[in-house]
Design a protein around this ligand. Structure first.
Ligand SMILES: [Zn+2]
Ligand SMILES: [Zn+2]
Length: 277
């Protein structure tokens, strides 16, 4: 029910201007009044640049980010986001960006979360040993539309926008160390690709927030499991394809199965391990 969120104040916790993409969606789809606060030190929970290590899972971290803002006055909801980058969990040599978003309901003391996995990311780290390869490396990392970070033993240099400064900084590191790492800056305000992912996640999240439990009416009624077992049209044996989506309410544990979610009642034998091993 949209009335639950309409005209309520939502604080977006971000040091990296994520409110630019999050606030308009929450306003348009839920009627929320969004405010932002960039002074809450979410970096204390871990940074991408590696100067502070994130010790908890992204799911726990995003919840903790919300709680950092708990003492702010006149707030109904708090929203935070957390990203996790690395090799794709199933596809070799592909990098992925898993984004988590969380809403903390101050009055109900409840969390509602959503996540999405994206293949579109420039996340990478390149080791260079000379300045000749610099232009190609920067192009591959999408600089200057995307930020970069220089890293060597005990040194992290960020907020680099001027090519001549980048060149001279790398040169200095190369003289001292013989090599230098150029990392992509994954902070949202320096990474339009990631900002787009956060925008898409927020769109999905708005729908999640509006989805309510059939039993108790609580928000955030969402898919918690994709259950495999759709039967093969030829041999009638269960395949790895999705048979149903399982929804569960976080508040009352009510469950609902949405059978044949892809409008497909049997799987093509091509995808059957028995018919096409
Ligand atoms: Zn419920
Ligand atoms: Zn089969």
């Amino acid at each position: 029910m949209i009335s639950y969120f309409h005209n309520k104040t939502c604080l977006i916790v971000s040091k990296h201007q994520k409110e630019i993409v999050i606030a308009p969606i929450l306003k348009a789809k839920l009627g929320m009044i969004c405010v932002s606060n960039s002074t809450i030190d979410t970096d204390a929970l871990g940074t991408f640049t590696g100067d502070i290590e994130r010790v908890k899972s992204p799911y726990e971290t995003v919840k903790e980010k919300c709680l950092l803002a708990m003492n702010q006055p006149k707030i109904d909801f708090i929203i935070a986001n957390e990203g996790s980058f690395g090799l794709h969990p199933f596809i070799p040599l592909i990098t992925a960006d898993e984004e988590f978003i969380c809403l903390y309901d101050v009055h109900e003391n409840e969390f509602i979360t959503e996540k999405m996995l994206f293949y579109e990311t420039n996340f990478s780290s390149v080791k260079i040993t000379n300045l000749v390869e610099l232009d190609t490396v920067l192009l591959n990392l999408k600089f200057p539309s995307h930020g970069i970070i220089l890293r060597s033993t005990g040194v992290i240099i960020k907020d680099l926008f001027d090519l001549s400064i980048i060149r001279s900084s790398i040169n200095k590191i190369l003289i001292e160390e013989g090599h230098c790492y150029i990392d992509t800056d994954m902070r949202a305000m320096h990474n339009p690709t990631r900002m787009k992912c956060i925008e898409q996640l927020t769109m999905k999240f708005a729908n999640t927030l509006l989805s309510t439990c059939n039993q108790c009416g609580w928000h955030g009624f969402r898919i918690i499991e994709h259950k495999e077992g759709l039967k093969c049209s030829l041999c009638n044996r269960p395949t790895k394809s999705t048979l149903y989506h399982l929804y569960r309410c976080k508040k009352c544990n009510f469950e609902k199965k949405n059978i044949f979610p892809h409008k497909k009642v049997a799987e093509d034998p091509t995808y059957c391990d028995w018919c096409n091993p």
